[in-house]
Design a protein around this ligand. Sequence first.
Ligand SMILES: Cc1cc2nc3c(=O)[nH]c(=O)nc-3n(C[C@H](O)[C@H](O)[C@H](O)COP(=O)(O)O)c2cc1C
Length: 174
Amino acid sequence: MELQEAMNIRKSVRSYTGEQISREQLDSILTAAYEAPIGMGKYDSIHFTIITNPELLKEIDANAAKFFGNPSMHPLYGAPMLIVISSNSEGNVASANVGFILQNMSLAAVEEGIGHCDIYGAIAALSQDKALLGKLNIPDGFTPLGALAVGKTTEVYTKREIPAGHKYVINEIQ
Ligand SMILES: Cc1cc2nc3c(=O)[nH]c(=O)nc-3n(C[C@H](O)[C@H](O)[C@H](O)COP(=O)(O)O)c2cc1C
């Protein structure tokens, strides 16, 4: 798949069949993660937690729903896998590292035809619940900054027009 096409058809998928992706598909997503740029090449500042345990996923989902004040919502959308990315540093470089990794993984998911969605809200909620956070066994000093929900979906990635409302303010200084 051409890069331009992958970027165009990429979208956030919020419905999942519940079926796991294959090991090969996960490997392709993780390869894309390794290919991401990382500030000053500090790869050891990043930690991955891949959660497929259904009970733990339910707890993270319910905790986020409670955090958002709507117990009937499902902020993980029933995705059977959550890839949590943690960092042991703070600031704009740490946030950017996670963003670059997520975007690479997203494009790999698109190429594989796998559903995926960036998950930050549920991660913010998770960070507030120390007992639940403890169940992730994240190494001391690392904080979860973002995550990718991943799984099979019946949704398809199709060509998208950029909506009129998607505008940035661009100031050119010549
Ligand atoms: C930093 C960041 C955090 C996001 N967090 C969430 C989230 O917690 N839950 C969610 O459903 N979508 C989340 N998204 C997805 C955005 O809502 C989505 O990318 C945006 O609405 C544009 O839609 P599209 O991805 O389909 O093009 C996040 C995206 C980014 C870049």
